[in-house]
Design a protein around this ligand. Structure first.
Ligand code: HEM
Ligand code: HEM
Length: 184
């Protein structure tokens, strides 16, 4: 039976499902952002891809909070990262987490202090304010830039996992996240 919690040489079912499920959702989120950036206004593809950006962004925000809590609860038994390159991996993962939280959080803050409010699948999360609250808008000016930095970090992360670990070093790092290791 698949192991639910993490162990010292592989991530468990919950961590793996969150990692790969969210990787697909982040792919869709970056696609919507890329279309928003690259395509002209009123382009049908741009509109279609942009239509889910807020809803998916809120979903990703909720998922990353759960994933962070699950990761902390599993910290003592997770695969360990030894040596200098291990410390670099931990720093890289911490940066990914920080941006996965901050990027949607700044937009949510601006929605909370904005005049349009925010609904999620028809449920009102933030009621519209009568007047915009300026300090709640300011951090959102960096939302797009920080989103693109996250996208670049993800590209580096994929390069390290697939090219460096799997193809060059031929170690078990990728297998620890695909669950293909049989030993527990
Ligand atoms: C992890 C989740 C998210 C990621 C990775 C992300 C990423 C991005 C990126 C890269 C852009 C820049 C697009 C461009 O250059 O044209 C952008 C723009 C935008 N996003 Fe997000 N986003 C996320 C969540 C959200 C959420 C939750 C909201 C709303 C509550 C939101 C609302 C917007 C809006 C209104 C813009 C256009 C204005 C701007 O660039 O700030 N996003 N997003
Ligand atoms: C094809 C895409 C991807 C591949 C091949 C991949 C591969 C991996 C591997 C092998 C690990 C385990 C690394 C270790 O323990 O040293 C890992 C962990 C991690 N990955 Fe990815 N990854 C991908 C996409 C993503 C994306 C899109 C994100 C976030 C936006 C992400 C965020 C993380 C984080 C935060 C960890 C640390 C473990 C955790 O708490 O989940 N990954 N990834």
């Amino acid at each position: 039976m698949a192991q639910i919690i993490d162990s010292s040489n592989r991530y468990g079912l919950v961590s793996r499902s969150l990692h790969w499920g969210m990787a697909i959702l982040f792919g869709a989120q970056f696609l919507s952002a890329a279309a928003h950036w690259a395509l002209p206004r009123e382009n049908a593809v741009r509109e279609a891809l942009w239509s889910y950006h807020t809803t998916l962004g809120v979903t990703l925000f909720a998922l990353v909070l759960f994933r962070g809590a699950w990761g902390l609860a599993n910290l003592p038994r997770r695969p360990k990262h030894a040596g200098l390159s291990g410390q670099a991996a931990v720093a890289g993962h911490a940066a990914l987490y920080a941006l996965m939280v901050i990027v949607p959080a700044v937009r949510l803050l601006s929605a909370a202090g904005g005049t349009r409010g925010l609904s999620y699948f028809g449920v009102e999360i933030f009621a519209p304010q009568e007047t915009e609250i300026a300090w709640m808008q300011a951090p959102a000016e960096w939302h797009g830039e920080m989103g693109w930095i996250l996208a670049l970090l993800v590209l580096g992360h994929i390069f390290m996992a697939v090219i460096w670990h799997h193809m060059i070093k031929k170690d078990d790092v990728l297998a620890s996240m695909t669950g293909r290791q049989n030993t527990i």
